[in-house]
Design a binder for this molecule. Structure first.
Ligand code: RB5
Length: 144
């Protein structure tokens, strides 16, 4: 895996998976910034999504991971930030292709939708997969 720095955030709905993903990142010596939330208390996912998105856009980190109950609120919010390509993934195929074809720079996950081990497999594949470029670059450039 190329040397990556990742920003990770969740609301209360994704709080537990955020911790499991952080354990995964530590195990693999992947550098990360945890933008919160830091307690299980209810909080607003758009605020967290914005923090992760801004770190990706500023170049402070290479990629971001966001977890909420469904992953939907996080993906809607993150994709409001210009230059963000946030992919909500519930399966490993989408995770791989979101990187290979869409050059997704944020992965969104739903803690209330998929199992924890699947979420960790998705993270693993998403972090390992590179952008294929070529015709896919042309399409990503059109988005921008
Ligand atoms: C919080 O209850 C829930 O709405 C949030 O985690 C997320 O699922 C929003 O999309």
């Amino acid at each position: 895996m190329e040397h990556l720095k990742v920003a990770i955030g969740s609301d209360h709905g994704g709080f537990r998976y955020k911790d499991s993903i952080i354990d995964y990142l530590k195990l693999r010596n992947i550098e990360y910034v945890d933008v919160g939330t830091y307690t299980p208390e209810s909080c607003d996912y758009p605020v967290i999504a914005r923090k992760v998105a801004e770190k990706v856009i500023s170049g402070e980190v290479d990629r971001g991971i966001l977890v909420c109950g469904t992953g939907i609120g996080m993906s809607i919010s993150a994709n409001k930030v210009h230059g963000i390509r946030a992919a909500l993934c519930c399966d490993t195929y989408s995770a791989r292709v979101s990187r290979a074809h869409n050059n997704a720079n944020i992965l969104c996950l739903g803690e209330r939708v998929i199992g924890e081990h699947l979420a960790l497999d998705i993270v693993d594949i998403w972090l390992k997969t590179g952008f294929e470029g070529g015709r896919h670059k042309r399409r990503v450039d059109i988005i921008e």
